[in-house]
Design a protein around this ligand. Sequence first.
Ligand code: SF4
Length: 362
Amino acid sequence: MKATFPHMGEAYAAIKGFLEDLGVDIVIPPACNKKTLEIGTKNSPESACLPLKVNIGNYVQSIKMGADTVIITGSCGPCRFGYYGIVEKEILKDMGYDVDVIVFDPPGEDMKEFKRRIKKLTNGNSFYKSVKALLKGYEIAKELDDMNKLMYYLRPREIKKGQVKSIFNEYEREVFKVHGSKRILELIKETKNRLEKVEVDSERDVVKIGIIGEIYTVIEPFVNLYIEEKLGDLGVEVDRSMTVSGWIKTNLFAKLVGFNEEKAIIDAAKPYLPAMIGGHAQICIGNAVLYSKQGYDGVIQLLPFSCMPEIVASSILPTLSKKEDIPCMTLVVDELTGESGYVTRLEAFIDMIGRKKEVIGL
Ligand code: SF4
C-alpha cells in the first residue's frame, strides 16, 4: 500500500507522522496550487463543493507520484461531506484510477467497523500501536496549532517584516525531509524556538479578528488565499476557530467517551441557530458569539461557493452582528475568486474596524 491523503493546511504533517510511525508507505501531495485546483475543477461535477475539487487535484497529483490508496476522513449529517468518500472514488474511477479509498470517520455506534477500518489503514499493526501512533499524530497537530497561535501574535507585531514567513517556509521545506513523529515534533520545537526570537513591538495596537466558517476553507491557506498572512501584514492578530487538533479531539477522542466537546459553542449558537443543520454552521455561529464575548474586534466567515450550511450561517450573521455588537464579514471563495477584489474587501473591513476602535477610544 502506498497511501495518500488530502493536503489540508498543515494537517499533512500530523498524518505523515501517524502513518510513518506505523510503517505505512506514503505520498504527500504537493502543497495545493493552481494545478491542483485545475485538475479538480476539470474532473469534478461543476456543483461539487470546492474542497472536493481540491481533494481530487491532490489525489491525482499523488497517484502520478505512485500512490495507490487514498485516505480521507468522513462525516454524517445533512451535508455533502458525508458522500465525499464514495463520490471521490467514483470520480477517480472515471478518470481511470482504480485506487482503494479508506474512509476514516468518527466511530459512531459501529465500533467493530471502526476497528476494521483502523486495522486496514494501519498496515496490520496492533490496535495498541495504532492508537499510540494516532496520539502522536494528534500531538503534532496540537503543536502545529500552538505554533500557529505564536505566528498570529508575531505577524502583526514583527519589526522586520517577513521574518515569520521565512522561518515558517523553512519549516515547510524541512518537514518533507524528516521521517516519523519524533523528528517532526523536534522540528516543530526548533521552529518555535526560532520564532520566539523574532523581534516584536509588543506595544503595537492591533486589531483582533476571529476566523469562522467552513472548516476546510478555514484551515487550507491556498483556498482562503493565505488570509492569515494577509491579515497579519495588515496589522491584524487572528484566531482560527477551527483546527485539525480540535477536529480530532472533538470527533474522535471526546466522542469515544461520550463527551460533547463543543457544548459551550453550541449553547452560544442556540439563540440564533438552535438545530444542527450540517457542516459547521452551528459551530460557526457559536464561535461568532464567543468571539464577541471575548472582546474581538470582528469576525470573518469563510465559505466555499454553494456551501449550504454556511449560507444559512451567513444569513444569520447580520442579526448576530447587531445584537452582539461585533462587525462580521463573509468571504466566499471558489475557483474563480480574484485576489485583488478579495484583498480590497479585507482592507476595507480592517480599515472600518480600525476607525471604529479610534472612535471608541476617544
Ligand atoms: S460543509 Fe459545505 S463545503 Fe463542506 S461538504 Fe458540506 S456543503 Fe460542502
